[in-house]
Design a protein around this ligand. Structure first.
Ligand SMILES: Nc1ncnc2c1ncn2[C@@H]1O[C@H](COP(=O)(O)OP(=O)(O)OP(=O)(O)O)[C@@H](O)[C@H]1O
Length: 536
């Protein structure tokens, strides 16, 4: 019992101690909580302060950014101003230096003039006749210059007279041969394949005469029936052979003398002959650029230049142009205004000249007009081609420049004409695929008829040249020869430009053309005579 009481009182004492400790712990906890709340408050106030400070800083930063941008813009504008000013200053510097150079030069000139003046004054003092003497010398020099100009003109005239004399003596028709280059389209195969090498498609053509350029040689190798290799060579000679790289101006160089002699009163006729696609239109009309323009615009330019020169000798000229097409033996006016020419045209000859009824004859005042005439003719041919079939290569086109001149001082007059003819393709019947097509057959027969009529006329003129003056010349056998009667007669100047394709596939056709041209080349059609009428 005693021990239990002791235990109890010990327990009570312990309890009291625990209660006191608990109370102490609680009061400590309360005080810690208060401390914590104080810390929390302090933290909140610090956070708020920081947030405020950050916001203030951001506002400040934005202000500074704006300021920086403004400063940058100012800097950029200043840099621009600076560069402008630098530029101005260098221009000004250059101007100043230029002006100071000019100034120095002017000063030097003034000094020189002053020196001259002093010298002149001195010399005029010493000799009052010197000024008059100078004038005399000057007038004398001027007279000499005029004389030299006159001599130059006379030399040019006599050069042309001599050229005409040489041509008259040579008499026979001249033939040039021109081989066109391989076209890019002839080398391209399928899109994905590499283009062919030109040697794969070209015929073996050689130009052995490196000096005078008068020869052309075609070679071929084939297998005979017995399997043996057979080599064949054909050699032709003409007045001039132009290789594929020859330019339009090189070809014209050899034609220009001939073309311009229509100003002297000759009838001149230049034909382009060859199969379709051999380069006839390129040679005659050419492209639009200075380097590619063809013989027609170049010849007309030349004629105008010569006429201008002759004006100084007192000659006055009237020029007019006409452009006709002969298709299926019918004449069409390529310079008409309607869609297609439906008029019937007749060829009328007088003693020296030819007129075609109802065609537009355009007065020519300058050579530049010709390019627009060519474009008009081309567009009319295109209309015709779409209305019928592709016919530019199936018709002959004849551009005629007629020139009449008079010299009021001497009373002389002269009349000449320049005919530039783009003949229809000369290929044979089977090549044009005409066998199955009636229209095509008719076209081809007409082309063959007119080309062989041309050959016959030239051959007959050749026989006449042998002295049989009563020989009948069959001009009436085709519209073409009848139209060109005066320009094909013995007293005109005729040039045939044979155009050839360089392709191997066209070699047989090229050989036919070369044979025809050789026949023409060997013909003597008499001597050219100018049509000049002296005053009565
Ligand atoms: N000397 C050349 N240089 C460059 N290209 C040329 C030359 N000759 C002809 N050609 C080109 O070859 C092609 C055929 O030429 P062109 O049309 O003149 O032949 P064509 O004989 O008049 O044919 P067609 O009888 O069909 O009128 C054209 O594309 C032309 O530009």
């Amino acid at each position: 019992m005693e021990s239990e009481r002791a235990k109890l009182s010990e327990l009570q004492a312990n309890h009291l101690v625990f209660s006191r400790e608990l109370a102490a712990a609680r009061s400590q906890e309360v005080s810690q909580k208060r401390e914590l709340m104080n810390f929390q408050d302090e933290l909140d106030s610090i956070k708020k302060k920081h947030t405020r400070e950050i916001a203030d800083l951001e506002v400040d930063l934005r202000k500074r950014d704006r300021k920086v941008q403004e400063l940058e813009e100012d800097l950029r504008l200043s840099a621009q101003d600076l560069s402008r000013e630098r530029n101005n200053s260098s221009i000004l510097k250059a101007t100043i230096s230029e002006q100071s150079t000019t100034h120095v030069a002017l000063k030097a000139q003034i000094n020189a003039l002053q020196a001259q003046l002093t010298a002149v004054q001195a010399s005029s003092d010493s000799n009052s006749f010197t000024a008059a003497e100078y004038r005399l010398k000057w007038e004398d020099a001027e007279r000499k210059v005029q004389q030299l100009e006159q001599d130059l003109q006379d030399a040019e005239m006599s050069r042309r007279r001599l050229h005409n004399m040489v041509q008259e003596l040579k008499g026979n028709i001249r033939v040039f041969c021109r081989v066109r280059p391989v076209l890019p389209s002839e080398l391209s195969v399928e899109l994905w394949e590499a283009p062919k090498d030109p040697s794969e498609v070209t015929a073996r053509i050689e130009y052995p005469d490196r000096l005078d350029h008068k020869e052309i040689v075609l070679n071929s190798t084939s297998e005979s029936a017995t399997g043996q290799e057979r080599k064949e060579t054909w050699q032709f000679t003409f007045d001039r052979v132009f290789e594929p790289h020859s330019t339009q101006s090189e070809v014209f160089e050899d034609i220009s003398q001939l073309a311009q002699s229509c100003v002297d009163g000759y009838n001149v006729c230049i034909f382009a002959y060859g199969q379709t696609g051999s380069g006839k239109s390129f040679t005659m009309e050419g492209g639009l650029s200075e380097s590619t323009k063809g013989m027609i615009p170049r010849a007309v330019e030349q004629v105008f230049q010569v006429a201008e020169l002759m004006k100084k000798k007192g000659w006055e000229y009237k020029m007019e142009g006409q452009f006709l097409e002969i298709y299926n033996e019918t004449i069409n006016d390529l310079l008409g205004t309607g869609e297609l020419d439906k008029k019937k045209h007749e060829i009328k000859h007088d003693k020296t000249s030819t007129r075609v009824t109802d065609v537009n004859v355009i007065p020519l005042h300058s050579s530049t007009q010709v390019q627009s005439l060519l474009s008009l003719a081309k567009s009319r041919r295109t209309v015709a081609a779409t209305l019928m079939n592709e016919r530019s290569s199936r018709s002959h086109s004849v551009f005629t420049l007629r020139i009449s001149g008079k010299n009021p001082a001497s009373g002389d007059t002269c009349e000449g004409s320049l005919n530039l003819v783009d003949l229809a393709g000369s290929e044979r019947l089977e090549k044009s695929g005409a066998g199955n097509d009636k229209d095509r057959l008719k076209e081809t027969q007409n082309i063959n008829k007119s080309l062989s009529a041309l050959g016959d006329v030239i051959a007959a003129l050749g026989e006449k040249g042998d002295g049989k003056n009563d020989k009948h010349i069959p001009y009436r056998n085709s519209k073409l020869t009848y139209l060109l009667q005066h320009s094909l007669s013995g007293n005109s100047k005729t040039l045939m430009v044979l155009n050839l394709s360089p392709l191997f596939v066209h070699m047989n056709e090229s050989l036919c053309s070369l044979r025809f041209a050789t026949k023409v080349n060997n013909t003597n059609i008499g001597t050219a005579k100018k049509i000049i009428k002296a005053s009565s």
